[in-house]
Ligand binder design. Structure first.
Ligand code: ZN
Length: 308
């Protein structure tokens, strides 16, 4: 059996091309100063979309200068890229259809590392601010401080940090080196992916891998090996990728979550993609990288933005 490489090929959204400069966030004058500087670059979020310019060499975010109304909007300091300060601004939702607007799911795989990180970070923070306007202790309003990286209760002063929810995602491989793929209840027809699930309180990542695989398909695994991870701001996950070895191959599906599951050899996988019966995860996802890590190289498939 060929021994797999220990790490994944580069994962989109997974490279830190941004200097976050977190030590600057406590300066309350930082954001006003950067908003007054036409040299600052602003990523402008409309709903969950930003303006993108499509070019021959891929897609690029349209990053402009601050606008007069920005001081009244939610602004987050993203850090420096290329020596230039970058801000994320949560602007109004799109009105009508702006043909340049794209979601991160649509464009993330085609952006450079810096653009992808700027978009993912702004979206993750915006998602968190959107749902944390009130204190979880006393119910009073909270306000954004620390350049958008903290919310503070206006009554009891309690501090609430941006939330990231760890999830495990894993390629499960049997003794014949076949890969397990499964169809979630909410997947589109023909869509299959590796298994994934949220980590529970009091649980290690490796234990979460074993529990999720057993719950979803009735298989015990060992040799759980970390391969890589990826921010996944839909709305606030961190996907931690593993591979694991199955003890057995007989599948017992959890009916309410898994609609179908099967083992694929490499030849079977290629054939199923070619005849259109199988849709695999799109190029943005770590699921695709885990699949390709098992396969041993890039897998050609029609691009899908999401299996759901
Ligand atoms: Zn409070």
């Amino acid at each position: 059996m060929a021994r797999a490489e220990r790490s994944l090929p580069p994962v989109p959204l997974g490279t830190a091309a941004l200097e976050r400069r977190s030590e600057l966030r406590s300066d309350a004058a930082l954001v006003p100063r950067l908003l007054a500087d036409p040299g600052s670059r602003v990523l402008r979020l409309h709903g969950d979309s930003v303006a993108v310019r499509e070019g021959d060499d891929g897609s690029r975010l349209v990053l402009g200068p601050p606008e007069p109304g920005d001081a009244l909007r939610l602004v987050v300091y993203l850090g420096e890229a290329g020596g230039v300060a970058h801000l994320g601004v949560v602007d109004d939702p799109p009105t009508g259809s702006d043909p340049a607007l794209r979601t991160l799911r649509q464009v993330g795989a085609h952006l450079g590392a810096t653009d992808a990180t700027l978009f993912a970070t702004t979206l993750a923070l915006a998602n968190w601010h959107r749902t944390h306007g009130f204190c979880s202790r006393c119910g009073s309003p909270t306000t954004a401080v620390l350049a958008g990286w903290l919310r503070r209760c206006t009554v009891d002063g309690s501090e609430h940090y941006p939330r990231t929810d760890p999830a495990v995602i894993m390629s499960v491989v049997d003794d014949d080196d076949r890969l397990l793929l499964a169809t979630g209840r909410d997947f589109r027809r023909g869509g299959m992916s590796v298994l994934a699930g949220f980590v529970e309180p009091g649980e290690t990542l490796a234990a979460a891998v074993a529990r999720e695989v057993y719950e979803e398909v009735g298989i015990e695994v060992d040799d759980v090996t970390y391969l890589g991870d990826q921010p996944w701001p839909f709305p606030s996950s961190l996907m931690v990728g593993f591979t694991a070895r199955a003890h057995s191959t007989e599948l017992r599906l959890q009916d309410d979550e898994i609609a179908a599951a099967r083992w694929f050899s490499r030849d079977e996988l290629v054939a199923a993609i070619a005849d259109g019966s199988l849709h695999i995860p799109g190029p943005l996802s770590i699921a695709r990288r885990l699949l390709e890590h098992w396969y041993g190289g890039p897998v050609q498939a029609p691009e899908v933005v999401s299996l759901r």
